[in-house]
Design a protein around this ligand. Structure first.
Ligand SMILES: [Zn+2]
Length: 168
């Protein structure tokens, strides 16, 4: 899935809380979490009443807001993606490193991250990426994805952001 495809894709987060199944109201604040289930990334959204039940082993979690206007095509939520990128800092498991690299490139294209450093270590490119308006840079290493790994990651991202697989 290219960055361009992502831009065209809608972000269709779940319409109900994964814990209590209550539907989210337009404009409502909710707790979004990325968890690993059976070695794959899954996104879980919870209403504020259920936010305390976000699993302790979540890869990342952040507070987000439903669009006030449900009409029209939904866009990828770049604030949430940036939050995901920053909160994955320090995770060293391979799935997280891969996800972080892809999300980092996507945010770089959108100019929400800028490159402040670049080096090669053991044949791997390592970029230092700094969020706009932030002091701290985050280092991410190119995971050198092969075709199978890239495909698995595209599946994960499609499910996390509930993208139409035809556009992925
Ligand atoms: Zn709930």
């Amino acid at each position: 899935m290219s960055v361009e495809d992502w831009d065209r894709s809608g972000l269709r987060a779940a319409d109900t809380c994964v814990s209590c199944n209550k539907p989210f109201a337009p404009g409502a604040t909710f707790a979004a979490a990325i968890v690993i289930r059976e070695d794959r990334f899954v996104r879980e959204d919870r209403c504020t009443a259920c936010a305390a039940t976000v699993p302790a082993d979540a890869v990342s979690h952040w507070t987000a807001r439903r669009p006030a206007d449900a009409k029209g095509p939904r866009r990828l939520d770049f604030d949430s993606l940036l939050e995901l990128f920053v909160r994955m800092d320090g995770r060293t498991d391979e799935p997280s490193l891969r996800l972080r690299w892809i999300v980092g490139l996507l945010l770089m294209r959108r100019r929400l991250l800028s490159i402040v450093g670049r080096r090669v270590e053991d044949g791997r490119e390592i970029l230092a990426l700094k969020p706009r308006g932030d002091e701290k840079a985050h280092e991410v290493a190119d995971p050198g994805l092969d075709d199978d790994a890239a495909e698995a990651l595209r599946d994960d991202l499609s499910r996390i952001f509930d993208l139409d697989r035809r556009t992925a």
